[in-house]
Write a protein that binds this ligand. Structure first.
Ligand code: ZN
Ligand code: FE
Ligand code: FE
Ligand code: FE
Length: 190
């Protein structure tokens, strides 16, 4: 197999197999750094959500859905403060780094608004897009909590678990709104 030679930051010679992505000069070398980078990513994502959720709120018709989104907007603001506390625990300044995944999920949500008539059908689309967002967050906070535990940061782990539980709660409420109020009606429109 053909290989390319490169030097890593310890200047030790390293062989990188073809097709394997070469790390950037500032690439994370330990779990602490990966934890910090992941925090920056979700910090950006949560901030982006505080701008996207009001758009979803404005476009929702069902009172149940509006309440769910409004409530989650308040939670999202608290989640941002919680992340700032976690940054404090690890002695780092809270910094946001663009989350490509959340940018895409929000883009998709906005696209769905244009592609649906206002009312129950748009509501069903908002729920679908929001649940994709919640699942991304659930995966992220699950990982972050585990990283914090492994790194011996129990306070950070507790904060991240609080948010994880909120994300799971938000997802569950969205399912309930879909099942109880929105989807049946949307199906009747056909
Ligand atoms: Zn993210
Ligand atoms: Fe969140
Ligand atoms: Fe991300
Ligand atoms: Fe959320």
């Amino acid at each position: 197999m053909k290989t390319t030679e490169s030097k890593n930051n310890t200047s030790k010679k390293e062989t990188i197999e073809r097709g394997v992505t070469k790390p950037k000069s500032n690439a994370a070398s330990g779990l602490t750094e990966l934890f910090e980078d992941s925090l920056k990513d979700i910090y950006w994502a949560e901030k982006a959500l505080t701008k996207a959720l009001p758009i979803m709120l404005k476009n929702a018709s069902s009172v149940e859905l509006k309440d769910a989104i409004d409530n989650h907007l308040t939670e999202t603001e608290e989640q941002i403060s919680r992340l700032e506390e976690v940054f404090k625990i690890i002695g780092k300044k809270a910094t946001a780094k663009k989350c490509d995944a959340m940018e895409g999920l929000i883009e998709e949500a906005k696209g769905l608004l244009e592609e649906t008539e206002i009312g129950v059908v748009r509501d069903a689309a908002i729920i679908a897009a929001s649940q994709k967002i919640e699942h991304y967050e659930i995966a992220t906070y699950g990982t972050l909590r585990q990283f914090a535990e492994t790194l011996g940061l129990p306070e950070a782990a507790t904060l991240l678990e609080q948010t994880l539980d909120e994300e799971k709660g938000a997802d569950k409420i969205l399912t309930e709104v879909a099942v109880n109020a929105v989807n049946l009606e949307a199906a009747e429109i056909e």
